[in-house]
Ligand binder design. Sequence first.
Ligand code: SF4
Length: 332
Amino acid sequence: MPEPLIAVDHLTKRFPVKKGLFSSGPFSHAQKYVHAVNDVSFTVQKGEVFSLVGESGCGKSSTARTLIRLYEPDEGKILFDGTDISHLDDQGLQPFRRRIQMIFQNPYSSLNPRQTVKEIISEALLFHKIAATKKEAEDKTYYLLQRVGLRPEQADRYPHQFSGGQRQRISIARALAVNPDFIIADEPVSALDVSIQAQILNLLLEIREEFQLSYLFIAHNLAVVKYISDRIGVMYLGTIVEIADEKAIFANPLHPYTKALFASVPVLGEPLQDPAINGDTPSTPIDLPKGCVFYKRCPFAKDICKAEKPQMKEYEKGHFAACHLLAGGGEA
Ligand code: SF4
């Protein structure tokens, strides 16, 4: 197996809960934490699309934000192309900020409304010294706009003059402008019409080949994840409970949570159905259970599940899951 582009190793991020919230009960004076990212490990190979999937609040976006150091990790390591970036200072992070780009669900909020598209993209090209002159930056901007399916004559327009799908194309062009190696796409199509979703997914796949990109793709729509992913990690309460390649995980999900989540695969554009399991959808992972994170909702839970955290084990080549119910399995 070649060296991965990204190796996330036991990454953990906790946020202290403000005093006053959840402050009743016998431990009212103890500091409580939201365990947003809880001992998360995965790799992304060069050229691969690795997706994180799970219900809202399961820690997908927090994992991405910790990975790019928008949040400081509490524990664990982030290796980018062999370099540990988990504790680099701002100056040390600078070259990696260019190589890692992010595409958000709502491109409008990440595009400056007072800048034209040409200014937005040229600025990125000049700041990262990809273009030496204003003229070169303009020419590159026109090329990038065409590449993502927009017309060069649209370069002088402002973000509000574009549709949602076109704005996402602008975000992609801006990300591409700085020659990244790795793109984190956080719910990039969930706000778009169904017909546009497929176009944007196809564009992301085309540019992966052309620009030799790797992706961390975050989505809650399983049809989207199935369409674009090479491998998938399923998250619950800040924890990855199963990882496998796309075909294996849809054909043979192992973890009870994955089984419930994948029981009905929606079509492109439809929201994720609530999994057919008891209990409330988790939203704030505070006071994590000592044992399995899924214990409170799992129909198969036994005493050991409450007391002991199940370890991630490999059950088929490249297919990992963490559940006491599963027999056999090798060390992850
Ligand atoms: Fe359910 Fe126990 Fe497996 Fe957790 S470890 S998913 S509680 S059977």
